[in-house]
Design a protein around this ligand. Structure first.
Ligand SMILES: [Zn+2]
Length: 327
């Protein structure tokens, strides 16, 4: 099977200048990427079929092979690998962050009864119309505190399509379960733990009720400030940094409690001196000092002088630039 997917080159057209030239090149690149992603997805789907059938296209079936597979004939219920044949492709619309694509879903037929074979592909799930990268984008945007309308607006603009708010809502709810999972389980202790706090503004019901035009009761919403505590793990030698955990307080005055909660959880998850933690850097706030008195990490504490923090972060950012140059 062809292992390389090629994209057509950009054609520089005559008579275009300035912004029109730029827009034309971008348009060509967008088309090229669309072709590339489509071709790559089609190839991966065909590879899944090859693994499922255990044979390349135009290779004869092995009648003696009795192996069963996960795919199933909807006619006779057979699961026998050698009962299935390739039966062309069926176009399916798939919205990705790159573009709205049409991918070719491979079809299989049963040679016993002629029935359609149901296959659950790993690359594109049954009935999936929106690819996983959109979910990832939604999760990140949601994590940054953007509202569904805002996310929808950006995706619509980006993809020239319209996203259902209900679909986005389902995605976010699915993902909040994942996020909960991220805050459980053991962590590898970094040499340096950086504790940082900032405030975000969110819209939420303020407890008051109003009547809308039809006289129905509606929750009034207001802007609230919430404290966010973030624990960042730094590996200075490897020049890496990762978010280890975080905690969002319920409102003003909540920062002491959420800090203590975050620190207790970090310690319980294995961020400790005996696990390799050497240094804790923090913003030096009294609230955090107090919390650090209660949770024992068995590591040196250091107030974060701004330049010190910046030096560490710069040292860690460095590899990105290096890689870009190497590319
Ligand atoms: Zn069948």
């Amino acid at each position: 099977m062809e292992s390389e997917v090629r994209v057509c080159g950009v054609v520089v057209k005559e008579g275009l200048s300035g912004y029109r030239f730029y827009a034309d090149v971008l348009g060509q690149l967008q088309e090229g990427i669309k072709e590339y992603v489509t071709a790559a997805l089609n190839r991966v789907l065909d590879e899944e079929v090859e693994r499922l059938l255990g044979r390349r296209p135009y290779v004869r079936r092995d009648e003696r092979n009795q192996q069963r597979v996960t795919a199933r004939c909807l006619g006779c219920g057979s699961r026998r690998q050698q009962d299935f044949l390739r039966d062309g492709h069926k176009p399916r619309g798939l919205v990705t962050l790159w573009a709205s694509l049409t991918v070719l879903m491979p079809r299989l037929r049963c040679c016993r009864c002629g029935g359609t074979v149901s296959v659950a592909y790993e690359t594109i799930k049954p009935r999936q119309r929106v690819w996983d990268d959109i979910g990832e984008e939604t999760r990140v945007a949601w994590g940054l505190g953007q509202g569904l309308h805002e996310i929808k607006g950006r995706l619509d603009l980006h993809l020239h399509t319209s996203f259902g708010l209900r679909m986005l809502n389902e995605r976010v709810r699915e993902m909040s379960k994942l996020v909960a999972g991220w805050q459980e389980g053991d962590l590898t202790s970094p040499p340096v733990l950086l504790l940082d706090a900032f405030w975000i503004r969110v819209m939420k019901p303020n407890g008051r009720v109003r009547r809308d035009k039809e006289g129905r009761k509606r929750q009034r919403k207001g802007l609230f400030w919430l404290p966010v505590m973030v624990a960042l793990g730094l590996w200075p030698e490897e020049r890496e940094k990762h978010i280890l955990d975080w905690e969002i307080g319920n409102g003003p005055g909540e920062d002491a409690r959420s800090r203590l909660k975050l620190l207790t959880r970090l310690e319980a998850r294995g961020i400790r001196g005996d696990q390799g933690l050497r240094l804790i850097i923090h913003d030096g706030s009294a609230v955090l000092e107090e919390a650090l008195e209660e949770v024992h990490f068995a590591a040196l504490r250091q107030r974060c002088l701004f330049h010190k923090l910046r030096n560490v972060l710069e040292a860690i950012r460095f590899p990105d630039e290096l890689q870009q140059e190497e590319k």
